[in-house]
Ligand binder design. Sequence first.
Ligand code: ADP
Ligand code: MG
Ligand code: MG
Length: 892
Amino acid sequence: MTDAQTATQYVYRFGGGTAEGGTGDKNLLGGKGANLAEMASIGLPVPPGFTISTEMCTRFYAEGEAFPDSLTGEVADGVAHIEQVTGKRFGDVNDPLLVSVRSGARISMPGMMDTVLNLGLNDETVEGLARISEDERFAWDSYRRFIQMYSDVVMGLDHGLFEEALEIAKEDKGYFNDTEMSADDWKALVGQFKTIVADERGDAFPQDVHDQLWGAVAAVFKSWNVERARVYRRINDIPHDIGTAVNVQAMVFGNMGETSATGVAFTRDPSTGEHAYYGEYLINAQGEDVVAGIRTPQYLTKAAREAAGAKPLSLEEAMPDTFGELTAVFETLEQHYKDMQDIEFTVERGKLWMLQTRTGKRTAKAALKIAVDMAAEGLVDRKAAILRIDPMQLDQLLHPTLDPDAPRDVIARGLPASPGAASGTVCFDADTAERLAANGESVILVRVETSPEDIHGMHAATGILTARGGMTSHAAVVARGMGRPCVSGAGELRIDARARTLTVGGRTFDQDDVITIDGGNGQVMAGRVPTLQPELAGDFATLMEWADDLRGLKVRANAETPHDAKTAREFGAEGIGLCRTEHMFFDAGRISAVRQMILAQNEEGRRAALAKLLPEQRSDFAAIFGEMAGLPVTIRLLDPPLHEFLPREEAEFVGLAQELDVSVDMLKRRADDLHEFNPMLGHRGCRLGITYPEIYEMQARAIFEAACDVEASSGAAPLPEVMIPLVGTRRELEITREIVDRVAKEVFAEKGREIAYLVGTMIELPRAALMAGEIAEVGEFFSFGTNDLTQTALGVSRDDASRFLGDYVEKGIYARDPFVSLDVAGVGQLIEIAVERGRESRPGIKLGICGEHGGDPASIAFCAKVGLDYVSASPYRVPIARLAAAQAALAS
Ligand code: ADP
Ligand code: MG
Ligand code: MG
């Protein structure tokens, strides 16, 4: 071991009015540790403790799951610190100090890693605790909890064994609730628990408190690498190498009788964003009882209790003084962190203790309301409000909601745990949910309650429904974080996971049945309920306006139908960045003319077919231009290989042969002629326009005639930007541009009016990026077609990549799917080169991006950095792009 290593500090103390570290030290202390330190140093009541840093986690794994010797002394000093602040001693048989050992990574992973409570109890200290607290029942309850948790987390025993023993003990006594267990009952159960441990392990439950502590510390570090934690990190894009910290903290007890309690709370409503305290608590209970759903938690406020029509008193009513203290803490925390907080607290014999605070996870709706409200309250400025919204989260609001006027066959009601509506087939386990979703099926995951093992199924499901569990249950918290609609605690449901049936109100649903859930009001409905399109209004619209004031990048949409164009405008698109004309060719009424063109033997035959298509294309463009009057519309001329339009089925060939009055054999021969080994790199893009100029001629004519007509009828012309695909050389663009210019001239002469237009190209081949200087001499704009550019630069076919890309991302070869988030290091360079060379030869050249990446926030940040003029995204992604563009501007 080197000197530098021995000198590293791994243990950081907090409590007793001070702390070594604070919120800024999340990387080192983990979120929980950093915030405990921060709360301690701003004078909030935090039980004293210490944090073993994430650096120790990394070192623990580097050294084969072992601790360096230096840690022993540091931990001893940490324990001494807690003893000094509390006046109790660890292992003292008269007045024992008990601690919790808690995990806590830089990024919160709720419920994913392990925690041990009440550590420091053994056969002797439990007696001391009983005497000093004058509460035998409490002492033995704490001891049995400790054995239960320690056996599970540290010794890896099946927790079911202990739960079963408890259930049997209750049944024997005829008890319904844990609270009915007496001191003697708990004492007897502790005896049984110890027997279980001895039987399972062949070794007694550890009585040495220091052994207990080191066992728990190692177990928490190890929990970083368990499967469910790895899955959670994969889903949430959290790196595997950042490690967790371990927090050792003096216990405070919510299970010391009727003046003690424990709870969780949010400083604002995490579902709606309403500025109302929100939370749940339990009297005479310990932390994990609230989340575990063993007892039904009580409401925090009187208003919430009344709204729910619940009887058990709220904290506000049961412990008004404590409630007052707690709400004062809420205000302090919001003023301090300037954000909504999610907290854990415990009341020990009337004294309030804070056990955790973190930035609260919230729905997109709540995120917008909180950001706009906090800006209005002066807590944050508009820039901070904008930076705080995750653009991707807005996706939740850009999906359809249930039509309020549609009939609903409501079969049950639960809690509105995570908003949004979802329909899907009923599915009873996570693995099946994942499998069905992979086949493109929508499923509703139906569980009695969810556990961290279900996380992959929750991610795959379109919605989650549970029979048990409150608003802060595992299902609710995870669903809100993922943006999945969730109804929890629908108690009327009888779920038989083995038989795969769901029974309610005398009706039974199985895996083939579709149900709908509304996470906004807790309804569960039979069948599929029709939905309404989302719109931009209220806080959403306000925040978008603020974003628009800040961003430099323009945002356009990819749209090829008037409907999409209209949606795009409603979401704030400032033009169309990509209108793919081939989609228009697939229309049932036109496909035969398209096929006739493709199969024609000569130019004359092609022209005859194109003449049929001209009026159709013209009316398509006219409708889109009508929606986009005064705005730029980039139209890409025909791009895909022609064989994509040909029939595949025998019957289709026969039908087409009749229609065109040719033989089936002849048609098939022609189709064979068109077969390509590698169509992606074959006869497509501008290569079609070069070999069959009459196709581009027809399209150009349709565009200019439509533009003239729209101007004539509405007075406002769009700005057509005619885009030539798959250009790799200057000459290709010259030849195709000549066609477009010639047709424009003809049309303007015929119509007696001139429309301003541009002709440009996509940059989607590496050669085009490199030769951008020359190409810009001919083209007036570049649009980066990053789908093809990624495909051609990486040499990865995007249609075949799904077989291996998952592995590539899992193994860290690509940080993210390069077709989703731009490969900035590689493909990004090609873009930078093209921007620089294009601008050099044509200053002021218009630059945009039209691949899928145009809607990805990280890629948008890159586009802003290299100085593109606009990004173009699918209509539903336009608001995401507007926000991401504003954030990119603020970051620069
Ligand atoms: P998680 O990250 O899963 O919430 P925590 O470490 O926060 O795990 O702990 C689990 C539960 O135990 C929480 O309800 C917490 O409030 C409670 N708890 C943790 N430490 C203490 C303590 N020192 N005293 C009392 N309760 C505690
Ligand atoms: Mg916690
Ligand atoms: Mg392309």
